[in-house]
Design a protein around this ligand. Sequence first.
Ligand SMILES: [Zn+2]
Length: 234
Amino acid sequence: MQEHDTRLTQLDHRATHLPESAELAEVEARLRRSRDEVVAAETIASDLEDEQKRADRDVEQVRERRARDQELLDSGSIGDPKQLQSIQAELENLVRRQTDLEDVELEIMERVEGARAAVAQLTVERDEHAAQQESLAATVQAKLSEIAEERRGVEAERQEIAAGVAPELLALYDKIRGEHGGVGAAPLHRGACQGCRLTLPPTELEELRAAPADEVVRCEECRRILVRTPESGL
Ligand SMILES: [Zn+2]
C-alpha cells in the first residue's frame, strides 16, 4: 500500500510539475505581451491615419482657395491693378504653401505605411504565439489526462489493498503518513529502516526477530511501521 501511496504522490507531483506547463506559462506571457504590442501599434497607426486625414484636408483647402483665386483672375472682373497684384501675390503664396503641405502629407503617408507594416508584422507574431499556446495547452492537457488515468488505476488498486487491512492498522498507517512526509510504512532492509535510513541497534533487531510475523512493529527512531521481508536481515 505504501508503494501505491508513494506512486500516487509521485503522479501528483508530476502533474503539478510538467515541464510543458512551465513552458506554457512562458508562451502565455509572450502571447499577452504580443497582444498588447498589436494594440499599441494599432493605436499608433490609427492616430497617424487621423493625422493624414487632417493633412489631406489642409491640402484640399489650399487647393480650393487657389482655384477660387484663379477663377477670379480668369473672369476678368477685377480692373483695379493693385487688387490684381495682390491676388497674384496670394496665388504665388498658395502654391508654395500647397507644396509645403503636400510634403507634410507625403511624410505622414510614409509614416502610416510604416505603422501599418509594424501592425502586420506584430499580428503575424501574435498569431504564431497563439498557435504555440494552443498546441502546448493541448499537450499539457493530454499529459494530465494520461496521469489522471494512471492515477485512477493506482487508486483503485490501493482501495483494494486497503480493504484487506485492519481498520486500526490503516488508521495508524494514515496517521504516521500524515506526520512523516507521506511515508507511513517502510521496509526493514539489512537491519536498516528504509524510512529514516537508520540501522537499528542489535537489541532492537533481536526483539524484531522474536516478534510474531503478524505483529505490527515500528521503527524506534522514526516510529514508522516496519515491513519485514526476506531481505530484512533478521
Ligand atoms: Zn525509521
